[in-house]
Design a protein around this ligand. Structure first.
Ligand SMILES: C[S@@+](CC[C@H](N)C(=O)[O-])C[C@H]1O[C@@H](n2cnc3c(N)ncnc32)[C@H](O)[C@@H]1O
Length: 340
């Protein structure tokens, strides 16, 4: 897979790899390469300016690696069940969150311990019982390691504190957040509305890595807004206003926006009218939705028709899968431009 990378002399390789990892800039899904006297370290940034290192940056084709290495051999589970062991996980800070097939549940602790033994940077392994309710929080059970659900996650040089049992956060959206940041026009000082902000990953990355006027970040979950406030301070950004409440009612306190982020994948579409009402003419909505792959064309038409019903003409500038959600569906983003 093609990725930007830092080219470092072999003698400095480990120091720089560690620094990049601490800053949340290292791409752990790709294997570091060594060619002659240099090491090529894949990084999760598009612009060299985002990292303060005095080494050249280039683009290379890297081999992809399994996120969590070696634990399958170590896991004390019957041989015939090993093929059911998961290969992908969510890693939030030093917490690993995984789903297990029914047959593996009696071996949860053994699996968790094998993961901890093979990954020094993980301290907790928690079983994911699914994302539930209005706050979209996960039903978690710790199966190995320390008995805590609080952590600090690093992403593109930013830090996000959270309690993963009380707030929603997805590390799998990191590249999508960066894509949105890269779309922002830095000359005009956009006003941004993050309607379902959680602990602030979109809002804070935008405020930190682009030249916007202000971000208005809303969430209905008091714990999320508490962490959002903490994370605004932690990352030293000062142009974010945060609001606790239902986006539908809070929105009347907020000025019209040039760009709106609607990341509530199971029901964002129900808030489309609310978003369109406060979108500047020519503005953009990034609408996230879980869609069955075969229904994508129908869903796209539905979005445009619904907007028409609210008295707005929109064009879908871009639609793409952010990641798979099930074998037949995906989390899709629709970039909607208002034509009015
Ligand atoms: C899928 S999470 C997204 C969080 C964040 N944008 C992120 O990327 O991590 C959706 C968030 O919307 C919040 N939420 C749900 N219904 C809401 C509503 N009516 N108004 C405001 N926030 C809402 C939930 O509490 C949750 O934090």
């Amino acid at each position: 897979m093609l990725s930007k990378c830092v080219v470092v002399p072999r003698s400095k390789g480990e120091t720089i790899r560690k620094k990049l990892s601490e800053e949340g800039l290292l791409r752990k899904d790709l294997r570091i390469m060594s060619l002659e006297d240099d090491i090529y370290i894949p990084i999760a940034v598009e612009a060299y300016d985002d990292i303060e290192l005095c080494f050249p940056i280039t683009e290379m084709d890297f081999e992809e690696v399994e996120q969590i290495k070696g634990y399958k051999e170590l896991a004390d589970v019957p041989e015939h069940l090993k093929e059911l062991l998961p290969t992908s996980f969510d890693m939030i800070g030093d917490i690993c969150i995984l789903k297990l097939e029914e047959e593996l549940l009696p071996y949860s602790q053994e699996i968790g311990e094998a993961i901890l033994k093979t990954n020094n940077n993980l301290k907790v392994v928690a079983l994911d019982g699914g994302v539930k309710g209005e706050f979209r929080t996960r039903d978690l059970k710790i199966i190995a390691g320390e008995k805590r659900t609080t952590t600090t996650h690093k992403e593109y040089g930013l830090r996000f504190e959270m309690d993963v049992s009380k707030v929603y956060f997805s590390p799998r959206l990191a590249r999508e957040r960066k894509r949105v940041v890269d779309l922002i026009e830095n000359e005009n000082g956009e006003t941004i509305l993050d309607m379902f902000a959680g602990v602030g990953p979109f809002s804070i990355m935008i405020a930190r890595h682009s030249n916007i006027k202000e971000v208005h970040a809303i969430d209905i979950n008091p714990d999320a807004v508490e962490y959002l406030e903490k994370n605004i301070k932690l990352n030293k950004v000062d142009n974010i206003s945060h609001y606790l409440g239902d986006a539908r009612s809070v929105i009347c306190e907020i000025p019209n926006a040039d760009r709106i982020i609607m990341n509530l994948p199971h029901s964002a579409i129900d808030f489309l009218g609310t978003g369109l009402d406060v979108l500047q003419p020519g503005g953009i909505i990034h609408l996230y939705s879980i869609v069955e792959n075969e229904d994508l064309p129908k869903f796209s038409e539905k979005v445009v028709e619904m907007a028409k019903g609210f008295g707005h003409e929109v064009r879908i500038e871009e639609k793409r899968m952010v990641h798979t959600y099930s074998p037949t569906s995906g989390l899709y983003v629709f970039d909607l431009i208002s034509l009015l």
